[in-house]
Design a protein around this ligand. Structure first.
Ligand code: PMP
Ligand code: GLN
Length: 387
């Protein structure tokens, strides 16, 4: 194995979903919904399969899907995009992230990342021969995840080419505020950096919060590559239809790498995703409301069990500090024991850190599940931690 992948092992999602399958525990680890998405979206994929949509789509994606992505960006963010040069469909957000990093980075370049972070960022940066420079996101006294602007300023060195952003954020559930984004944007402009922003949870900001797309900030469009995916929004995580949008030069850099990863993927799912992206606003509102309800229920349960809970502002996940229950503060070991102790699988947050000690005591639970599953997990956790 290449030394670039030293230490990456098997992803935590594979490990913990296997543990759930083995033990029969309720899987609140890997973030996937346990219900199907909208009927019209599913039917569109079936229709495409039944009507010959089974061969390679064009490299940048089916024209109608690129059109639908442009309409979506216009409807939700007021952005005008040229579907021919500013949009590329990818194999999930994952391939868009890999393509962007492989397509833009040279060996030895530095990338500023906020830790904790989705685990593929660090692996893709390593594959590019580049270096991840972490800036810590940590809960403040009110449990709200924040970063220290000075740490960010110091992280930007002469070799920094790119800032990797994720808002709404996995695993913390943080929604970056306009002020925070302005600060990041200001530094990106000052140091002439590209921002690659992963916004797969764009429709899942709760309590009336607004998700702000980085590319909508003044002077940021031309230096921002925006990435999203239909997996979370349409309950189709297994379809792996994602996309990247931005100025033609950044899209071209990423597309040049993308063509040698999968070339293309998901033929019959592409027209179906176009149907999803064109659903009425009420669909997106209903999705958010449903998740907000399971978030509230799960957070109450975790609080009752005795964890310190960092209530997420968005996304699929709630993080807890386990030390009030388990003074060892070893989240990885805690997650290995959890199926036997309480019949539930969770994810140790340390895997999301460049400096694992920063997240050793944190554990992430997914609530993108039906309420009766959250209720069953509640009973199991209450019983498991009763003593
Ligand atoms: N980014 C984040 C923040 C995620 O949580 C995920 C997990 N689904 C991905 C990217 C990958 O998205 P996809 O499944 O569309 O590749
Ligand atoms: N994004 C999901 C999570 O964070 C699933 C990731 C995966 O399975 N690779 O749980």
């Amino acid at each position: 194995m290449t030394s670039k992948l030293n230490g990456f092992g098997t992803t935590i999602f594979a490990e913990m979903s296997a543990l759930a399958a083995e033990t029969g525990a309720i899987n609140l680890g890997q973030g996937f919904p346990d219900t199907d998405g909208p009927r019209a979206v599913l039917d569109a994929a079936i229709d495409a399969i039944n009507s010959g949509g089974n061969q390679y789509p064009p490299l940048p994606g089916l024209p109608d899907l690129r059109e639908a992505i442009a309409e979506h960006q216009q409807r939700f963010y007021g952005i005008e995009l040229d579907p021919a040069s500013e949009i590329v469909v990818t194999a999930g957000a994952s391939e868009a992230i890999a393509s962007a990093l492989l397509g833009m980075l040279d060996a030895g370049d530095e990338v500023v990342v906020f830790e904790p972070m989705y685990d593929s960022y660090r692996a893709n940066i390593a594959m590019a021969g580049a270096i991840a420079v972490p800036v810590l996101l940590a809960p403040d006294a009110d449990g709200k995840y924040v970063f220290d602007p000075d740490e960010l300023r110091h992280a930007i060195g002469a070799k920094t080419k790119l800032i990797m952003l994720n808002t709404p954020h996995n695993p913390s559930g943080k929604v970056f505020t306009r002020a925070e984004l302005q600060l990041i944007a200001g530094l990106a402009i000052e140091h002439d950096l590209v921002v690659v922003t992963d916004e797969v949870y764009e429709h899942l900001a709760f309590d009336g919060r607004e998700h702000i797309a980085m590319c909508t900030l003044p002077d940021m469009f031309e230096r921002t590559l925006t990435i999203s995916s239909g997996g979370k929004t349409f309950h189709t995580t297994g379809w792996k239809i994602g996309w990247m949008t931005g100025p033609a030069n950044l899209v071209t850099a990423a597309r040049t790498a993308k063509q040698f990863l999968t070339f293309v993927s998901g033929g019959p799912f592409q027209p179906a995703m176009a149907v999803g992206l064109r659903l009425a606003d009420s669909y997106f509102e209903g999705l958010r409301a449903g998740l907000q309800a399971t978030r509230d229920r799960l957070c109450d349960v975790l609080t009752d069990v005795g964890f310190t809970v960092f209530k997420p502002e968005a996304s699929y996940f709630a993080t807890v500090d386990i030390r009030s229950i388990d003074p060892s503060g070893d989240g990885y070991e805690f997650c290995r024991q959890l199926p036997a102790k309480a019949g539930v699988v969770a994810i140790p947050n340390e895997v999301f850190y460049a400096r694992p000690d920063n997240g050793r005591h944190m554990v992430r639970f997914a609530y993108c599940k039906q309420m009766h599953i959250i209720n069953a997990a509640a009973d199991a956790l209450a019983k498991g931690f009763a003593s």
